[in-house]
Design a binder for this molecule. Structure first.
Ligand code: MF3
Ligand code: CO
Length: 257
C-alpha cells in the first residue's frame, strides 16, 4: 500500500527534510583533502542529535554509522572510517537520513574533492541533472516508471549506466516504504502517482558498466569494473502542482568545489 500524506503530515516531513538538507550542507562544507569519512560522520551525528532528531541509518539492519560515505568506485553504503582520508581528485557521495517528530528524510549528494578529472565532473553533473529530471516526473497522474525512465534516458545519452540492484523508495513514518522507485525502465508502468505520496528518488550512476558487488564488510557496494560512481537523492512529495523537494538545501552546494 502506498500512503498519501495529509498537508499536516507533509509539513512535518518538511521539517525532517529541512534538517537532512542542512546537515548535508554542513558536511559538504567540511569536505576537503585530509578529512576522514569518520570526521564527517561525527559532524552529522552531532548535528542530528542537537536537532532532537534520530539518525535513520545507524542500527538499520546493523548499519554501524550515521552517514554513508562512498568514495570513487564505491556506489553507496560506504562505512565511514578514521583511516579513510579524502584526497585531492576523489569524488565522495554522502548519504544522510534522519527522523524528526516521527517522520523521515533521506538525501544524498556527490562532491568533488579539490580538482577532479573532466570525466568525474561530467559524471557528477549528469547524475544530478538526472535526479532533477526524475523529480520533474513526480507529478500526480504520472506512473512510477516515468521517474526511472527519465533517469535512464539522460544518463545513457552520456554513455554512463544506471545501477539496477538498488532503487529509490517511498518514505514517511519509516525510511523504506512502498513503492520501490527504480532508476530505469519503460515509461507508463507501475502505480499511478497521487497527491500526498512521498518518494526518495535516488539515481546511482556508474561511469562504466552497471554491474556492482558488495564488499566483504557486507555493506559497501562498488562498481565491478572499478569505474567511478555518483549518487544524488532527494525526498520529494507529489502535490497537485509542482513536486516539493522536502530535502532542498537553502544554500546551494557547488558540485565542483
Ligand atoms: N539512502 C539509503 C537508502 O535509501 C541509505 C540507507 S543506508 C542504511 O537505502 F544503512 F541505512 F541501509
Ligand atoms: Co534512500
Amino acid at each position: 500500500m502506498i500512503v498519501c500524506r495529509s498537508a499536516a503530515e507533509l509539513e512535518r516531513m518538511r521539517e525532517a527534510g529541512r534538517l537532512v538538507g542542512e546537515v548535508l550542507t554542513e558536511l559538504a562544507a567540511a569536505v576537503a583533502p585530509g578529512v576522514s569519512t569518520a570526521d564527517l560522520d561525527a559532524l552529522a551525528e552531532k548535528r542530528i542529535a542537537e536537532a532532537g532528531a534520530t539518525a535513520a541509518f545507524k542500527g538499520y539492519h546493523g548499519y554501524p554509522a550515521t552517514i554513508c560515505a562512498s568514495i570513487n568506485d564505491e556506489v553507496i553504503h560506504g562505512i565511514p572510517s578514521g583511516r579513510r582520508l579524502l584526497q585531492d581528485g576523489d569524488i565522495i557521495s554522502i548519504d544522510v537520513g534522519a527522523s524528526l517528530d516521527g517522520y523521515f528524510g533521506d538525501s544524498a549528494l556527490t562532491l568533488a574533492v579539490g580538482q577532479v578529472s573532466e570525466g568525474a565532473a561530467t559524471l557528477l553533473r549528469v547524475t544530478e541533472e538526472a535526479l532533477y529530471k526524475a523529480i520533474e516526473c513526480a507529478r500526480a497522474g504520472n506512473r512510477i516508471s516515468d521517474i526511472g525512465h527519465a533517469v535512464q534516458q539522460h544518463v545513457e545519452a552520456y554513455g554512463f549506466s544506471v545501477v539496477r540492484e538498488f532503487v529509490g523508495h517511498g518514505i514517511g513514518e519509516r525510511m523504506h516504504e512502498e513503492p520501490q522507485v527504480p532508476n530505469y525502465g519503460e515509461p507508463g508502468r507501475g502505480p499511478r502517482l497521487a497527491e500526498g505520496m512521498v518518494l526518495a528518488i535516488e539515481p546511482m550512476v556508474n561511469a562504466g558498466k552497471a554491474a556492482v558487488k558488495v564488499l566483504a564488510d557486507g555493506w559497501t557496494a562498488v562498481t565491478r569494473d572499478s569505474s567511478l560512481s555518483a549518487h544524488f537523492e532527494h525526498t520529494v512529495a507529489v502535490t497537485s502542482g509542482e513536486p516539493w523537494i522536502l530535502t532542498a538545501r537553502e544554500v546551494s552546494v557547488p558540485v565542483q568545489k
